[in-house]
Design a protein around this ligand. Structure first.
Ligand SMILES: [Zn+2]
Length: 174
């Protein structure tokens, strides 16, 4: 009986130690992990067309609000904005490779900024005349997720600034 009791106590102790080691809250850096789904791929470049309700089932509410409803994250909230890590930034909705870390620069505008995409077809460009401004919206070339905008005040060699919502980026470290 005594033996049983000590085994029981040992299990209880192990359980409580185990639960203490579990992260209580996911950080936004881990956000991408919630978005992997059967169509998510870092290598499949075939176009991905899904309905909004299908996307809603696949994406976290934060990613859905920006990718499918053209929302904008609050400035200076993305951990990617100041990150200097080497690697590749993918679309958080479908996994499409979008930007290399060596095309990233510190624009100070509050959102992760890049001067060029990985390939021409990584990105789609659309005129955006909302909010009384003439801007060029950028979307993912594979799934048409809204990413942000591109401006002509970036550094050389392109002179472009791709101003991207960090929520819709998924980083793979080199
Ligand atoms: Zn995409």
């Amino acid at each position: 009986m005594k033996q049983l009791l000590s085994i029981f106590l040992a299990i209880l102790c192990l359980q409580s130690c185990y639960s203490q080691n579990q992260p209580s809250k996911k950080t936004s850096m881990d956000q991408s992990k919630n978005n992997t789904h059967p169509n998510y791929s870092h290598t499949d470049s075939s176009k991905l067309v899904l309905t909004n309700s299908e996307w809603k089932n696949l994406l976290s509410p934060e990613v859905y609000a920006i990718a499918r409803e053209k929302g904008t994250e609050r400035p200076f909230t993305s951990p990617f904005e100041t990150s200097k890590k080497l690697g590749t930034y993918h679309c958080a909705a479908c996994g499409n490779p979008l930007f290399k870390s060596n095309a990233k620069f510190d624009s100070g505008c509050g959102w992760p900024s890049f001067f060029e995409p990985i390939t021409k077809s990584s990105i789609l460009y659309l005129p955006d005349n909302t909010l009384g401004m003439k801007r060029i919206e950028v979307e993912c070339g594979r799934c048409k997720a809204h990413l942000g905008h591109v401006f002509e005040d970036g550094p050389q060699p392109t002179g472009l600034r791709y101003c991207i919502n960090g929520v819709v980026l998924d980083f793979e470290e080199k």
